[in-house]
Write a protein that binds this ligand. Structure first.
Ligand code: HPA
Length: 248
């Protein structure tokens, strides 16, 4: 039987529809995860929720203990992970409020601990990351959109940047030339660590703003958070739908 976890990002530090049965503070060999794990039910299905930036949204992208987060989920029996990430849009149709289920990722982060395969190894291990996301979970997320009256963009290349600052306009142009469609700060090393632990991992990205230099509006946290309110309401609907039909 599969067990689902949702990792919430900016704008999703709790799940309305989640009936929490218990909360558990766990330790891992890599330290503490961002918050206690919330165990509960949505649509009659058990799941675990973890807010990536902590319960009060205080941990910046480059200080998240990604290893502890993924390890804690694996340790509690999780097999599937839906990651929710706020992003900037680069491709012209990736406008504020749009939902995207990316299919590829390019890692521009640095100085983050990005592997479990570091010490005490029996042999050097290289994971296959050709397709960084779990295709079956991606397809289920895409299929769940229409029944709840939502439209999602079912592919896109996610640029994972270091942050915590936003990009320069030239950086966004470079990311576009590299083939990136959306940009966020938390996609990596999370996706790679999930693969190392053999978790089925997919992402739902919510566009909070156009990438730097792509709109007249000044990029502020206030503006990003404002856009995310309605975007995250759509994400909640999508999650409820997908959870109800997810492969057991
Ligand atoms: N860039 C990087 N990360 C982001 C952005 C952005 O424009 N918006 C929300 N997260």
């Amino acid at each position: 039987m599969s067990k689902l976890a949702i990792i919430g990002g900016t704008g999703l530090t709790s799940l309305n529809g989640l009936q929490i049965n218990r909360s558990e503070t766990v330790e891992t060999p890599f330290g503490a995860p961002s918050a206690a794990l919330s165990f509960g039910e949505i649509a009659g299905r058990e799941l675990v929720f973890l807010p990536r930036h902590g319960g009060s949204h205080t941990i910046p992208p480059h200080r998240i203990n990604y290893r502890a987060n993924l390890w804690a989920l694996k340790q509690s029996g999780v097999t599937q992970v839906i990651a929710v990430n706020a992003v900037g849009g680069i491709r012209a149709d990736m406008t504020p409020g749009r939902l995207i289920v990316p299919h590829q990722i390019i890692d521009y982060t640095h100085s983050r601990i990005d592997t479990f395969f570091e010490e005490g190894l029996e042999h050097v291990t290289h994971i296959d990351f050709t397709d960084p996301y779990c295709e079956s979970l991606r397809q289920q997320l895409i299929a769940a959109a229409a029944p709840c009256g939502l439209e999602v963009i079912g592919e896109g290349t996610y640029a994972a940047t270091q942050g915590p600052r936003l990009e320069s306009a030239a950086e966004i142009n470079r990311l576009e030339r590299d083939g990136c469609d959306l940009v966020g700060m938390t996609g990596m090393p999370e996706a790679a660590l999930a693969r190392e632990l053999e978790l089925c991992y997919a992402c739902v990205a919510v566009v909070a703003n156009m990438g730097a230099g792509r709109s007249e509006e000044e990029l502020t946290m206030e503006m990003i958070e404002r856009t995310l309110v309605s975007g995250m309401a759509d994400v909640r609907r999508l999650l409820e739908q997908v959870i109800a039909v997810l492969d057991a």
